[in-house]
Design a protein. Structure first.
Length: 197
């Protein structure tokens, strides 16, 4: 009975993740959730404006490291569910495959709770807004890398990142960064070679 329930749940989640409608719902809802963190943070924040701006910028820049860690050690790591679903993206780069709805929002909420243990409430929410804004930038850029060739081609840094991401799809052990090459360089997984080794 338990195996049948597990198979049903996996099948249901797989159908949801593979749905183009779900893909777009997730893209829009993640922008809305980021704005919720901004609104809550702004409502709770009482310190000088430059500190608030610094928290948002720190969160946005911190996303690059979190993106690298998730992509390298979760999506290409030992966690079977994440690795299996990410492998489907590698199998068909044009398929509209996304995380389950509310998946990113729940992760952001968990981060907000954790940051709330060490930062004032408003500052923690603004930092998570910055992270979420970084995530939304990642989601848009990753979408354009696979579905927006003309748009990517017009912006030189995006064109370079798209080329590096294409290398990653041929050699999944390099170029984990989607929005930046910084962490690939730090962890020595940067490889600009456009052809297979």
């Amino acid at each position: 009975m338990r195996t049948r329930q597990s198979a049903f749940l996996r099948h249901t989640v797989d159908r949801m993740i593979d749905s183009p409608t779900h893909y777009w719902v997730v893209m829009v809802s993640d922008v809305v959730w980021a704005l919720v963190f901004l609104a809550v943070g702004w409502a709770q924040y009482t310190s000088p404006l430059p500190v608030a701006i610094a928290a948002v910028v720190a969160g946005f820049l911190g996303w690059g490291l979190l993106e690298y860690v998730i992509h390298r050690w979760v999506l290409h790591g030992a966690l079977f569910f994440a690795r299996r679903n990410h492998a489907r993206h590698h199998g068909d780069v044009h398929a509209l495959i996304s995380t389950p709805v509310l998946g990113i929002a729940m992760g952001a909420l968990a981060l907000r709770v954790w940051l709330g243990l060490v930062l004032p409430s408003g500052l923690a929410s603004l930092t998570v807004f910055g992270l979420y804004a970084g995530y939304n930038y990642f989601a848009l850029l990753h979408h354009l890398q696979h579905h927006g060739g003309a748009t990517i081609a017009r912006v030189a840094p995006w064109r370079t990142l798209a080329t590096l991401h294409d290398v990653h799809h041929h050699r999944p052990h390099v170029n984990y960064g989607i929005t930046t090459t910084c962490w690939d360089r730090v962890f020595r997984t940067y490889d600009p070679t456009p052809r297979r080794a």
